[in-house]
Design a protein around this ligand. Structure first.
Ligand SMILES: [Ca+2]
Length: 356
């Protein structure tokens, strides 16, 4: 809901400036209008880039997931459990907020229809439009939602490479945006959400496709919490509708030294013959862990030191007596391989063998 109109021109300019290409971003989708039909084409383009809708199905190698809030059962509407869409409905998405809770609105005929019960003087049904009727979503006591990803239905951390969201009732072009972060917390992209115009029930969509792993998405919906009871003259309170994102996938590649060195591991147990490819748990640009099956119990610690000589010093330490083979690859595709035999706990340090 908007309480001030005069700044629209300035914010339109800022919005245009914010659309310049950003590193790692391969495609940006953006649309806004008076109703769902106004953004339908852009949303469908974004969907087609991501591929098949895996709904709440088993982990997949590709495709997309969607959350439209419409099927959330009444007992989970308020508060909505932050892990509802990984636990109750397995879509690999968990949320957090600095506000008091998350809330999903009710259907027509209920007290929380379009957030009538938490908006000041019940303005929600007048202003908040849907892309997918009838339910909407919003953090309470905050305008920010932080989203992390897991292999659907598991506790295994995962990344996406695309994320999009529908925003409801964006009146000001600088009130709402979407930020994408890599596994080390570095910002990949920040995209402003276009205002939907003066008409009531307007909706906006932004979607981003990247060639970098996205571990966290922050959605800033408006410049005041939706349940604010005390607005200033330039407040813009906003709700959210559909989330659309690529299949969350656990990384099997530990990326080090600003992407110049990438480590992968094959492992095998001498006890039961089990084998596999390890998963990555990045920690800092210089080091990280790899684990075989449990993200809370990593097996191998890898460090990559850059003294500016153009060569990487690589150090490996393990706390497993399984056999494993670690392969380092530089940005030119050259590789360095070290194999640890079963039954030992030995580590490895190279002699500047692999240049950047
Ligand atoms: Ca909906």
């Amino acid at each position: 809901m908007r309480f001030h109109l005069a700044k629209a021109t300035l914010f339109s300019f800022l919005f245009a400036a914010g659309l310049t290409a950003q590193a790692g971003v391969t495609q940006t989708f953006s649309a806004a209008g008076n109703d769902a039909a106004a953004i339908q084409g852009t949303v469908d383009q974004f969907r087609s880039v991501l591929g098949t809708n895996n709904a709440a199905g088993a982990p997949a190698a590709s495709g997309r997931r969607e959350i439209n809030w419409d099927g959330v059962p009444a007992q989970f509407l308020d508060p909505l459990p932050p892990d509802f869409f990984n636990k109750n409905s397995t879509r690999g998405l968990v949320m957090s907020t600095t506000g008091s809770r998350f809330k999903v609105s009710g259907d027509q005929g209920t007290a929380s229809f379009r957030f009538a019960d938490v908006t000041d003087q019940g303005w929600g049904p007048t202003e908040l439009g849907t892309f997918s009727p009838q339910k909407l979503f919003a953090p309470m006591g905050s305008n920010a939602t932080d989203i992390t990803f897991f292999v659907p239905g598991t506790a295994q951390p995962a990344n996406v490479t695309a994320f999009g969201a529908v925003f409801s009732d964006v009146d000001l072009s600088d009130s709402s945006w979407m930020e994408l972060y890599d596994p080390l917390g570095r910002k990949i992209s920040s995209v402003p959400v276009p205002a939907a115009g003066v008409a009531a029930l307007g909706v906006s969509f932004v979607g981003v496709v990247t060639d970098e792993p996205v571990a966290r998405v922050r959605l800033v919906s408006g410049n005041a919490p939706l349940d604010s009871r005390c607005f200033s003259s330039s407040s813009d309170a906003v709700a959210l509708d559909d989330f659309i994102y690529s299949e969350p996938i656990a990384s099997r590649e530990l990326v080090l030294s600003k992407g110049r060195i990438r480590a992968t591991i094959e492992w095998r147990s001498q006890y039961n013959g089990q084998s596999g490819n390890a998963f990555a748990l990045p920690q800092k640009d210089e080091f990280g862990y790899l684990y075989f099956s449990d993200p809370n119990n990593p097996e191998v610690f890898v460090k990559c030191l850059d003294f500016g000589s153009g060569k990487a010093i690589i150090l490996v330490g393990g706390v497993t007596d399984f056999w494993y083979k670690i392969t380092f690859k530089n940005s030119r595709g050259e590789t360095l391989v070290w194999e640890k035999q079963s039954g030992s706990l030995s580590g490895y340090a190279n002699n500047n063998d692999l240049s950047f």
